[in-house]
Write a protein that binds this ligand. Structure first.
Ligand code: G6Q
Length: 550
């Protein structure tokens, strides 16, 4: 297959050469020379605007990148995903999070069976539970209304729902609080339940496999906590629901069959917030708003599926990412939402992107000979401006950034939102323009500094500029726009995986640590010293055995 020789392909080589040819270009000059640059390198879609004009690119760059996407046969790979082919080759699974938000009324067939009736059935069950809890019809064991929901899950069973629930705080039902416990550190569960009334708590145990060590430990502890306060095992039926593909294990845990929501092996953990894993979201914002989230994602799916590559937002974002990773050599990528409520977006995208594309083996089992997924990181603006932006502006590495903001805040006439927006726009301008030595000197002169002081300070006040950013704007942070935004990144990650010819849907890299933790755990409690590992591992385990018990 052509992609197996990606780095030797003529299009790859053409991009390498092109990067060398344009490496001296300065974006500030490109803007000065071409007043149409914003029109040329921006895209409006629905309530979204993507401005990618502040990138170190020319139209020839994009032409070559689109050719790279065609070389990778992106169209047919995309269709294979939407049509339910087993594109997760190492696990022999289809990848169909798009079916969970399919609003077309058309069937989606996996192994000869339309999955949509099952998808809608589980959504109906979710609607029932969500409506019952929110309306107060569902009562706890002692007859009290549920006031607090504690979601227990980790990784894909935590990050997406936690991020979305936080982002849509404006849509929360006031008398129902939703909490998330993921870490096996008991502080997470204990701190969360400390102020809760057990008679009013509903625990959701979310685990695709229902075998994950951390989630099982937290679920058992939550059960014990409940039964310490309500001394009747029958209470579990009113205070626990589970979301899992492993119904037998859930039943064994003691959760009633009626309280189990299912999903399917063709939903990857980090792509599962659209499924019943989204129950805490539905509880927080109501099923209608949850459906709004699905609708927004569906609209982005349709855009991704049908728009020409040149006007396709996820494709453009993906190709720009490839440009910086493979041709400019950027090893990290910052996601900077100017929204406090999106404060978990970067953490969520870390998993989505790094677990999907942090791979060095191609689909055919051969090692890659090019870089793949970058390090994804970020924090909300403006906080980051007072912390790590220094390095983005004046550090030695190029860090491409996505800046995100809603045009409207939640409050009408909100001066804070104007300040937020001004900072957002100013940062992208500052990164692009930089500050020349002449400009720095002129400022110092205006501040009455003599030549000696100017000589001393000017080098520190120079900003190289030419630092790339995408600006992603949307009208308002609503369930619909958030759904579209998440789907945008999902498809971006997909496109990059296609070009890198890796399987974006497995995660073997998380297995080894899990295996070894299972071996070490019993040894921490054994009477005799730990041996049989390397000196460091033995030493750590033995130090903890000693210090932990004193
Ligand atoms: C996601 C990963 C991983 C997974 C967790 C939780 O794509 O597979 O983050 O979601 O390990 O797994 P369970 O849902 O099975 O507990």
């Amino acid at each position: 297959m052509a992609l197996d020789q990606l780095a030797q392909s003529s299009i790859w080589k053409a991009l390498k050469k092109h990067q060398r040819d344009i490496s001296d270009l300065q974006m500030r000059n490109l803007f000065a020379e071409n007043p149409q640059r914003f029109d040329e390198f921006s895209l409006q879609w629905g309530d979204f605007l993507l401005d990618y004009s502040k990138n170190c690119i020319q139209s020839a760059t994009m032409t070559l990148l689109f050719e790279l996407a065609r070389h990778a046969e992106l169209d047919s790979c995309r269709d294979a995903m939407f049509h339910g082919e087993a594109i997760n080759s190492t696990e022999g699974r289809a990848v169909l999070h798009t079916a969970l938000r399919n609003q077309s009324g058309k069937p989606v067939v996996v192994d000869g069976k339309d999955v949509m009736p099952d998808v809608n059935h589980e959504l109906d069950k979710m609607r029932q539970i969500s409506d019952d809890i929110r309306s107060g019809r569902w009562l706890g064991h002692t007859g009290k209304r549920i006031s607090d929901v504690v979601n227990i899950g980790i990784g894909g069973s935590d990050l997406g729902p936690a991020m979305v629930t936080g982002a849509l705080k404006a849509y929360h039902q006031r008398d129902l609080n939703v909490h998330f416990v993921s870490n096996v550190d008991s502080a997470h569960l204990l701190d969360t339940v400390a102020s809760l009334d057990p008679e009013r708590v509903l625990f959701i145990i979310v685990s695709k496999t229902f075998t994950t060590q951390e989630t099982m430990a937290n679920a058992q502890s939550a059960r014990r906590w409940l039964l310490q306060h309500i001394n009747d095992t029958a209470a579990v039926a009113k205070h626990f629901v589970a979301v899992s593909t492993n119904a037998n294990a859930v039943l064994e845990f003691g959760i009633a069959r009626d309280n189990i929501l299912g999903f399917w092996d063709w939903v990857g953990g980090r792509y599962s917030l659209w499924s019943t894993v989204g129950l805490p979201i539905a509880l927080a914002i109501g099923i209608e708003n949850f459906e709004g989230l699905l609708r927004g994602a569906y609209q982005m799916d349709e855009h991704f599926r049908t728009a020409p590559l040149e006007q396709n937002m996820p494709v453009i974002l993906a190709l720009l990412g490839i440009w910086y990773r493979n041709f400019v050599g950027a090893s990290s990528y910052a996601v900077l939402p100017y929204s406090q409520r999106l404060n978990r977006l970067s953490a969520y995208l870390q998993q989505l992107d790094m677990e999907s594309n942090g791979k060095s083996t191609r689909k055919n089992g051969e090692p890659v000979d090019y870089d793949t997924g970058p390090i994804i990181w970020g924090e909300p603006g403006t906080n980051g401006q007072h912390a790590f932006y220094q390095l983005i502006h004046q550090g030695t590495e190029i860090i491409p950034c996505d800046f995100l903001i809603a045009a409207q805040g939640d409050q009408p006439n909100d001066e804070h939102h104007d300040i937020l927006t001004a900072n957002f726009i100013a940062q992208t301008e500052a990164l692009m323009r930089g500050k020349t030595e002449a400009e720095a000197r002129a400022e110092l002169l205006a501040a009455d500094m003599d030549v000696e002081q100017q000589d001393q300070l000017a080098p520190h006040k120079v900003f190289p500029g030419n630092r790339p950013s995408n600006s992603i704007l949307f009208r308002k942070l609503t369930p619909e726009t958030l759904g579209s935004l998440i789907a945008l990144y999902e498809h971006k990650v997909f496109v990059q995986g296609v070009i890198w010819n890796i399987n974006s849907f497995d995660q073997w890299g998380v297995e080894l640590g899990k295996q070894l933790a299972g071996v070490i755990l019993p040894k921490l409690k054994q009477a005799e010293p730990v041996t049989g590992h390397d000196a460091s591992t033995n030493g750590l385990a033995n130090w903890v055995r000693e210090m932990g018990s004193s």
